[in-house]
Design a binder for this molecule. Structure first.
Ligand code: NI
Length: 187
């Protein structure tokens, strides 16, 4: 296992649609090592999730994990580690919520964007077993952000550019209002 370098916006690998893995590939040493590296890199950089193309591998593997008191996103509800291979996401209902996001591949910038309030995600785990989960609120936003990465989509594509802020300016001017708004979300 190793902490890998996180690819930054401008690298074409972030704009590719990552390819599906065959079920036989999932158990390979190469993919198992990739999954371990993703977990270690996410933890070292305090992300809420990370996708394989963020460490330069254009395959459909992404993880989500929010530890209690995550320093980047202390307000996000804790979420246990989920390793997703070939995830497919679909909205439940048509309710949307405005979420403020950042991204390990977009240093120093946050912005507001619309996310589906609730989503269903189907994926294979690292053993190739199928899962289906339903997520809501900020957690649903995190899953949508990671699956977007696998489609070559970054949060800046969906954000209102007038809301872009550095992390410092977010704390000064937007954080309080955002936290008040998301506190009303059922998670
Ligand atoms: Ni990201």
């Amino acid at each position: 296992m190793s902490v890998r370098e996180v690819v930054k916006i401008g690298d074409p690998v972030l704009r590719e649609r990552a390819r599906e893995l065959n079920p036989e590939e999932i158990g390979s040493d190469e993919i198992q090592r990739l999954i371990d590296d993703l977990i270690e890199t996410k933890r070292a950089t305090h992300g809420a999730g990370i996708a394989a193309n963020q460490i330069g591998e254009a395959v459909r593997v992404a993880i989500v994990e929010v530890e209690e008191g995550n320093p980047r996103y202390p307000y996000k509800p804790p979420e246990p580690l989920t390793v997703m291979v070939n995830p497919a996401i679909e909205p439940i209902g048509d309710e949307a919520v405005e979420i403020n996001e950042g991204c390990l591949s977009v240093p120093a910038l946050r912005g507001n964007l619309q996310r589906h309030l609730a989503v269903r995600i189907r994926y294979l785990d690292r053993h190739g077993d199928q899962h289906e989960v339903v997520k809501r609120g900020l957690t649903a936003g995190t899953f949508q952000h990671e699956v977007d990465h696998l489609d070559g989509v970054l949060f800046v594509d969906r954000a209102d550019p007038r809301t872009f802020a550095t992390w410092e300016q977010f704390d000064h001017h937007q954080r309080e209002e955002f936290l008040r708004r998301v506190a009303e979300l059922e998670t």
